[in-house]
Write a protein that binds this ligand. Structure first.
Ligand code: ZN
Length: 178
């Protein structure tokens, strides 16, 4: 559902009335015809991929907890444990992997609308030593939609099919994918 301009609604009520038929996809686009793209994401989301976005992103944890993994410009991996009611601003270009432990975790996310030459990346790191294992990119050109993200799906399939791709060349750890 794309909500029109100037239509106020209650987020809590939106969750309550949509929770039972949320469907298999964790993301719903709330506002799209705008300078921004606004998403609601419901857990569980345990994908190991890190997204590298084109612009700053605002996160607001409406319900439950969010384990927000990210990698600094110096290549250091960090974790923010975001609690219900907390919000933060993520700078552009920082690899991040928001992980939600269960279906009680709801995040409100605001992103800059993509520009035609924007390119997004998804990176898989070794979960033990943070060595880069795999990278996939695409020119976005259009806002995220309610359709499945085929880049992440295809890359995850490739990783699942080939253990070599999932094996860290530095420490030998094999990435576990759901
Ligand atoms: Zn490793």
């Amino acid at each position: 559902m794309h909500i029109p301009f100037l239509h106020n609604f209650n987020l809590e009520e939106y969750f309550r009335s949509n929770a039972s038929d949320w469907g298999p996809r964790p993301v719903r686009v709330i506002w799209e015809s705008s300078d921004y793209v606004t998403l609601l994401v419901r857990g569980p989301t345990s994908g190991k991929e890190f997204h590298v976005g084109r612009g700053d992103e605002i996160f607001y944890q409406v319900r439950g907890e969010l384990n927000f993994h990210y990698v600094t410009a110096e290549g250091q991996r960090k974790l923010i444990q975001v609690k219900q009611g907390e919000s933060f601003l993520l700078p552009a270009g920082m690899p991040h992997s928001p992980r939600r432990p269960n279906d009680s975790s709801w995040t409100f996310v605001v992103e800059r609308r993509p520009r035609p030459d924007d390119e997004d990346y998804w990176i898989w790191f070794c979960e033990r030593c943070n060595n880069k294992l795999y990278e996939s990119s695409r020119r976005i050109g259009a806002a995220p939609s309610n359709q499945p993200n085929t880049i992440v799906r295809d890359a995850a399939s490739a990783l699942r099919a080939d253990e070599k791709l999932r094996t860290c060349t530095r420490c030998g750890d094999v990435l576990a994918l759901d």
